[in-house]
Design a protein. Structure first.
Length: 195
């Protein structure tokens, strides 16, 4: 049982790195398989361990630190170094924060609405399109499982509240973000992968 050293360079913001890494791990597993001994970053345990160290002067020093200090079977390590990174300007960062907030609010609103639909006293709910009666216990979304009509179980008020929130998110998503290149903290991410 050997180990393969895999890493990548990340030049975005630190707060976005965990979600970027998660997506990369999922893609690697889809492309190269998810066998425990596949030898790629995707099979490492989920998440990232950020190295608490002053940013190295260059990428090579960060990579050497990663190579010398990571142990196979551990999560990927993110080693900081000074480099040219891509960051959002202040207005774009504010817009991103607003998008994240509205996305979270929409998710909560949809979940709460579905919970209220499921917890009503009557045991069944009727589809407005096909007239089918569906047990509330088996509802996992607001779509009718019989005819497939989307969001048929929302009341008019619930549908309007969700629509307003979606419209607000659509409006925020239509605005463009501006990124600039600047000297900032970048990361070498990865480690020894079992193969």
């Amino acid at each position: 049982m050997g180990a393969n050293f895999n890493y990548y360079t990340y030049r975005g913001g630190k707060t976005e790195l965990p979600s970027h890494h998660k997506e990369l791990q999922e893609e690697e597993c889809e492309t190269h398989g998810n066998d425990t001994y596949a030898g790629h970053i995707g099979i490492m345990p989920s998440g990232i361990d950020f190295v608490e160290h002053k940013a190295f002067e260059n990428e090579d020093q960060a990579r050497e630190h990663l190579e010398d200090n990571h142990r196979k079977w551990d999560r990927a390590m993110a080693v900081p170094f000074k480099g040219t990174g891509v960051v959002y300007d202040k207005a774009s960062q504010l817009l991103r924060d607003q998008r994240n907030k509205v996305t979270a609010e929409l998710t909560t609103l949809e979940a709460d609405t579905l919970l209220s639909i499921r917890s009503t006293k009557s045991k069944t709910i009727g589809c407005k399109k096909c007239g089918s009666s569906v047990s509330r216990l088996y509802i996992t979304c607001a779509d009718c499982p019989v005819c497939g009509k989307r969001e048929t179980f929302y009341s008019k008020t619930q549908a309007e509240r969700i629509k307003r929130k979606r419209d607000k998110l659509r409006q925020l998503n239509s605005k463009s973000l501006k990124q600039t290149q600047t000297i900032t903290t970048c990361y070498v991410v990865g480690g020894w992968c079992v193969e």
